[in-house]
Write a protein that binds this ligand. Structure first.
Ligand SMILES: Cc1cc2nc3c(=O)[nH]c(=O)nc-3n(C[C@H](O)[C@H](O)[C@H](O)COP(=O)(O)OP(=O)(O)OC[C@H]3O[C@@H](n4cnc5c(N)ncnc54)[C@H](O)[C@@H]3O)c2cc1C
Length: 382
């Protein structure tokens, strides 16, 4: 495959950078800070992107998208993450909620849910993990029991990103007991405004509006809220993971910060130990490697041939890069004279805080290693 994204991609990057420079305040560090204005900035920016068909670029036009290629969407993903994700929480709707509803939703669900995502109007959250079911997700206990023409849902989710601001939840619940625990699970698309849902924020170093607990107390939903086939939700979960695990272009922020470091440090750059500058160079090489691995998965995805081992390999590379580059950058900014280049210092510290959780979210790095090992053993036996 050809890794050169071409001239059109460069033009698109220029357009996106121009929009960011115009519409995102200079000190912006993402939408989930203590300042509620940051969330407003992100919501406004999503509408701007949508008006220009830049939000859901690769979605088919019939679903409100721009009908462009997955590579243009990849450019958008890279530019957004490199600039502290000015789409805020809406990146999830674009990256995986929409594509999954396109694949598994009814026509009615597609008509109801896809245009609001494409128009930059709606935030989704993912209700998968529970206090006793993270890595072992299939052992979850949130249950949905049939009642009349619909379902009653009871249970608790945890680590639910963006639940305080979301209008919809992509919820996984147990609908029956199968021979294997992966059987009998079902996806529901549920409105977060229902009074049977309670959200309790969890304060973390990633900001006050990121992680939450979500409680479902006799939530009533209808048959029309079921995504896909009842009891067959596990195959949709696999599909979600393959999109989600390449959804964030973490390498793009690492590369932008690493490349900026020499100019920001100025003369202080030459005072850094040679060993640290050597690690900085290695990190830039790792950025390139992670980028190529991401492109490989995007290419496989577009032909429908992606397997769990492919996304796991990328995920291991990019989350290790996130953490290792954050350590190198923290050592580099230690050489900055106090009070100088404060914004760069804040960007690096923010990157470090986010990087700590990257080997846990979307499946821990240990689980990714298990997935990759299984895939390699299966291939070796074939
Ligand atoms: C920033 C962030 C955002 C998140 N957002 C969401 C969200 O929006 N929605 C959602 O549903 N969840 C979300 N999560 C939850 C995330 O998916 C889980 O934290 C993750 O799957 C790990 O589950 P756990 O926390 O229960 O840890 P556990 O599964 O208890 O694991 C604890 C440790 O044990 C290790 N371990 C567990 N089992 C094995 C094994 N068999 N072999 C080897 N090691 C093992 C793990 O690797 C880990 O290091 C988020 C998490 C984070 C950190």
């Amino acid at each position: 495959m050809d890794f050169d994204l071409g001239e059109a991609a460069n033009t698109l990057r220029g357009e996106l950078r121009g929009l960011i420079a115009d519409q995102i305040p200079a000190g912006f560090l993402g939408a989930f800070t203590d300042d509620p204005a940051d969330l407003d900035v992100a919501q406004r920016f999503c509408r701007t992107l949508a008006q220009r068909h830049l939000l859901c670029m690769s979605w088919p036009t019939e679903f409100g998208g721009g009908g462009s290629s997955v590579w243009e969407q990849t450019v958008v993903r890279e530019e957004m993450w490199a600039h502290h994700e000015p789409r805020g929480a809406q990146y999830m709707g674009v990256n995986w909620v929409g594509p999954i509803i396109m694949r598994h939703g009814t026509e009615e669900q597609q008509r109801k849910h896809l245009p609001p995502i494409a128009n930059g109007e709606v935030i989704w959250c993912q209700g998968f993990s529970e206090p006793e079911a993270g890595s072992d997700l299939a052992s979850l206990r949130t249950s949905a029991r049939r009642e009349g023409d619909g379902w009653r849902i009871n249970g608790q989710k945890i680590w639910t990103s963006y639940a305080t601001m979301a209008q919809w939840c992509f919820l996984l619940a147990r609908t029956s007991k199968g021979e294997k625990k992966q059987q009998g699970l079902t996806i529901f698309l549920v409105p977060m405004s229902d009074p049977a849902i309670t959200v309790r924020p969890i304060r973390t170093m990633m900001g006050p509006h990121h992680l939450n607990e979500v409680f479902f107390d006799e939530l009533k939903v209808t048959e029309a809220d079921v995504l896909g086939t009842v009891d067959q939700g596990w195959s949709i979960v696999q599909d979600v993971m393959s999109f989600e695990r390449v959804g964030i272009a973490r390498y793009a922020r690492c590369e932008k910060l690493l490349q900026a470091a020499p100019a920001v440090l100025g003369d202080a750059w030459d005072t850094l130990p040679a060993e640290l500058r050597g690690r900085w160079t290695r990190m830039l090489t790792h950025c390139r490697r992670a980028r190529l691995m991401a492109y490989r998965v995007v290419s496989l995805q577009s032909t429908g041939r992606v397997k769990p081992g492919d996304t796991a390999a990328y995920r291991i590379a990019v989350t290790k890069l996130d953490q290792d580059s954050a350590e190198v950058l923290m050592e580099i900014i230690a050489a900055l004279p106090r009070g100088e280049s404060e914004h760069f210092r804040q960007e690096v510290e923010d990157h470090w805080r986010y990087a700590q959780a990257s080997t846990v979210s979307s499946g821990s790095i240990e689980m990714q290693r298990i997935l990759l090992s299984r895939a390699m053993l299966t291939e070796a036996r074939a």
